[in-house]
Design a protein around this ligand. Structure first.
Ligand SMILES: Nc1ncnc2c1ncn2[C@@H]1O[C@H](COP(=O)(O)OP(=O)(O)OP(=O)(O)O)[C@@H](O)[C@H]1O
Length: 363
């Protein structure tokens, strides 16, 4: 592991009205990586950015930057810059003055300011826009000006608070590529706040999934998608079939009244669990060949696949993705591989989960 650039150690934030917005947050941020804070509205994502930027103090805990504790360091002396959701551009200034603003405040020589601004506008692919008024720019262009204004200061860390939320779907997708590409080119650490799971999965090296002021799980997009730690993460990070079950013994789990081979081990015999099966991991076959039999209720065409809703005999709802349509009302069989079954403990904490994985890997 690289030396961390930022560490949050046991951060708790209580606002003046007594509301606890963050509880015991630990985060390790390595240089040059793209991190996302993913969670529903109110989960505390913005509060974390504000604490890192120095706009808000933590009630408890420590903020470290490059091996030094910086709780007391004022915002303007931290080597981080923030891009806000509404861009916070100055409408009465042109693009050049907006991007130059921070450098002008620092009283940098004019020539150097000009060089840096021109370069930053090149980086965000807006060369030649220096003299445009902000009101003459599209949403995506304004977004890029906001990013240029942040990177012109050459920060080591860029904090981005839902910077794409005001854009329409097409532009948003384009900007996702651009931002990711920009981050890889500049090798700045990005901490990106979003409540959009697809966006977080597509862009990040690592994701922190948050709810109610806590980090529920952290890891690479693939880790989190494939091994969600609990019901909330499984649901939030993509569409899932989540069923109650029982771990019969190592590598054998029971749900919907049947036993299945699975890839999980290390739990108590007969321990109650929840089982996740992703819609795209379910294959359709004949009822005779299926591990399960369900009856198709409805389906929607989603462009590159059909989303099928079906029910088993116990009235459990099943979501299935298929490249081929099936007839409504038809009985179909479902198959899946042992490793497609993701077993979660009830109320599991990340540390327990890590311990279980380690134990499993040692075996
Ligand atoms: N100044 C404040 N005083 C009291 N409570 C606050 C204050 N600022 C934020 N909160 C509360 O703290 C919680 C976390 O807010 P925060 O803005 O960090 O969430 P978020 O995950 O970024 O949400 P969103 O996606 O809606 O921006 C919310 O319940 C919010 O109402």
């Amino acid at each position: 592991m690289e030396k961390p650039i930022i560490e949050l150690k046991q951060i708790t934030k209580r606002y003046d009205d007594g509301f606890t917005a963050l509880e015991n947050i630990n985060m390790t941020i390595e240089p040059g990586k793209f991190y996302s804070l993913l969670g529903p509205s109110g989960s505390g994502k913005t509060t974390i950015l504000r604490i890192i930027a120095g706009f808000t103090d933590a009630s408890e805990g420590e903020v470290w930057f490059e091996g030094k504790k910086i709780n007391a360091l004022p915002a303007n002396q931290r080597k981080v810059n923030t891009v806000f959701q509404n861009y916070a551009l100055f409408p009465h200034m042109d693009v050049f003055d907006n991007v130059a603003f921070g450098l002008t405040l620092k009283k940098m020589p004019k020539k150097e300011i000009r060089e840096r601004v021109v370069n930053a506008l090149k980086v965000v692919q807006l060369p030649g826009y220096a003299n445009r008024e902000i009101s003459e720019l599209s949403g995506g262009q304004q977004q890029r000006v906001a990013i240029a204004r942040a990177i012109v200061n050459e920060p080591k860390v860029l904090l981005l608070d839902e910077p794409l939320s005001a854009l329409d779907m097409k532009l948003r997708k384009d900007m996702q590529y651009e931002l990711r590409e920009l981050q890889q080119r500049l090798k700045i650490t990005f901490i990106f706040v979003t409540h959009d799971q697809e966006e977080a999965l597509a862009m990040s090296d690592e994701i922190f999934v948050m709810n109610d002021g806590k980090v529920l799980q952290s890891g690479t997009p693939v880790d989190i998608y494939d091994e969600p730690i609990n019901h909330f993460v499984a649901n939030f990070i993509g569409e899932s079939n989540i069923l109650p079950g029982k771990m019969v013994q190592d590598f054998e789990v029971q749900f919907v009244g049947k036993s299945f081979e699975c890839a999980d081990a290390g739990m108590r015999p007969n321990e109650k669990v929840e089982v996740v099966l992703r819609p795209e991991d379910l294959d359709i076959t004949t009822p005779e060949q299926g591990k399960l039999v369900v009856k198709v209720d409805t389906q929607l065409f989603r462009g590159d696949h059909f989303e099928i809703v079906a029910y088993d005999d116990d009235e459990n709802e099943w979501l299935i993705h298929s490249t081929n349509p099936v007839k409504d009302g038809k009985q179909i069989g479902l198959t899946f591989e042992p490793e497609d079954i993701h077993v979660m403990r009830f109320g599991e904490k990340e540390t327990d989960f890590d311990a279980r994985l380690e134990q499993y890997e040692e075996e």
